[in-house]
Ligand binder design. Structure first.
Ligand code: ZN
Length: 148
């Protein structure tokens, strides 16, 4: 019986593409890669299936958080209490020295009614294109706002 290229487990195997390498893997390991669809699948579709949509915290999270706090007229200490976070962490967020995780950012979005998470389109679909700088323009900001 054949064994999985990734974990060595024996059993039914599927052909999966992992990190662009074709492998024979068990269904469990196939979750980490893209199970090969029919050979005639459109290349664009394959590209989209290659990765789950990725999300990232917006580059201007520090300013967004600071502005949200100033709008509420809260001190950093009170803001931290309001968010149920450590003051030192909130301070680092506002200084842009520490980025909240996507999960935390989603919670902050709900609490504050701001936009902090965006789909990482480059990572999801445009990996081949030259990496764009992380600069966050006003145009980007408007795009994010529109999605809400
Ligand atoms: Zn496996």
């Amino acid at each position: 019986m054949a064994s999985c290229d990734m974990c060595g487990r024996q059993g039914d195997l599927v052909t999966a593409e992992v990190e662009r390498v074709e492998m024979k893997v068990c269904p469990n390991c196939a979750r980490f890669g893209m199970i090969k669809r029919k050979a005639d699948a459109a290349p664009l579709l394959q590209k989209k299936l290659h990765k789950e949509p990725a999300f990232r915290v917006t580059a201007n999270y520090a300013a967004v958080l600071r502005q949200a706090r100033e709008k509420q007229k809260l001190s950093q200490e009170d803001f931290a209490r309001f968010l149920q976070e450590k003051e030192s962490i909130v301070a680092k967020w506002e200084q842009g020295r520490m980025q909240p995780s996507v999960e935390v950012a989603r919670q902050l979005e709900k609490i504050l009614g701001v936009s902090l998470v965006m789909e990482d389109i480059e990572q999801s679909f445009e990996k081949d294109k030259n990496a764009k700088s992380d600069g966050f323009t006003l145009g980007d900001f408007m795009k994010v706002r529109k999605k809400v």
